[in-house]
Design a binder for this molecule. Structure first.
Ligand code: CTP
Ligand code: CA
Length: 227
């Protein structure tokens, strides 16, 4: 139900948000993952719902609770995340904040891998599909406005500009995830909004404030047609 803000900046829009890490199985009890908490993506989903959007949140494994007023699809792996996103199309806006694992284990075991007198298991990796690029490059049902994130530890702006061009999205929200700044898992974020023509740096804000400001900005950038 959309009882929150029928006339908010995203009223009448369907927004798909991805959030959290993905887990890529090594065997039934082990996986590859990363330090993403899902806090920023979940805050965006919540803010979009409060701005009047119908929101589908496709979330990897996180400990943060499902935001109220949002349809949440829980997934584990990148492959499952892509499938869930495509199933949720069409949408007006895609905001892909998930820290998708770049690689999965190609030879994941069906049984728990056992130690063998010091002999190491041979894990071979395969590159995961790029969900943001796949959806941004669709010819059919491409959400008219696609937002990606860029997690960088150096040359943040330049890397974000390269990602914008490479993936074909309309906006990249870039942040510095070097461990010193504590973005991953933390409650605040310093972001740069990078488009093909512009770079805008926001002051350090709480993840909730970044979400609210981003949603307002998306309302302005995508035109606030009323339903
Ligand atoms: N992304 C995605 N699917 C992937 C990898 C990344 O959808 N398999 C998305 C992320 O959700 C984010 C954007 O792409 O919106 C950038 O993610 P990031 O990890 O910063 O970039 P990569 O292209 O994976 O490059 P690298 O990790 O090498 O910097
Ligand atoms: Ca990556």
């Amino acid at each position: 139900e959309r009882l929150l803000s029928p006339s908010g900046p995203l009223a009448g829009k369907h927004v798909i948000v991805t959030s959290g890490p993905t887990h890529e199985p090594i065997d039934p009890v082990r996986y590859i993952a990363n330090r993403s908490s899902g806090k920023q993506g979940h805050a965006i989903a919540k803010a979009a719902a409060e701005a009047g959007a119908r929101v589908t949140l496709v979330s990897g494994p996180v400990t943060v609770p499902d935001p109220a007023g949002v349809t949440v699809v829980h997934v584990e792996s990148a492959g499952e995340m892509l499938e869930a996103v495509e199933k949720a199309l069409p949408a007006d806006i895609g905001i892909f904040a998930a820290a998708v694992a770049d690689w999965r284990v190609a030879n994941a075991g069906g049984q728990k891998i056992k130690k063998k007198d010091g002999a190491l298991p041979n894990l071979s990796l395969a590159e995961n599909p790029d969900i943001l690029a796949t959806v941004s490059r669709r010819t059919e049902n491409r959400p008219p406005f696609m937002v990606g994130f860029a997690a960088e530890t150096e040359n943040v702006i330049a890397h974000a500009q390269q990602k914008l061009a490479k993936k074909g999205c309309d906006l990249i929200v870039a942040n510095d995830v070097s461990t010193a700044t504590g973005v991953m898992g933390g409650d605040s974020n310093t972001v740069h909004l990078v488009t093909a023509s512009d770079v805008e740096t926001w002051p350090t804000l709480s993840k909730a404030e970044v979400a609210k400001k981003l949603v307002e900005r998306l309302g302005a950038m995508t035109g606030d047609r009323k339903p």
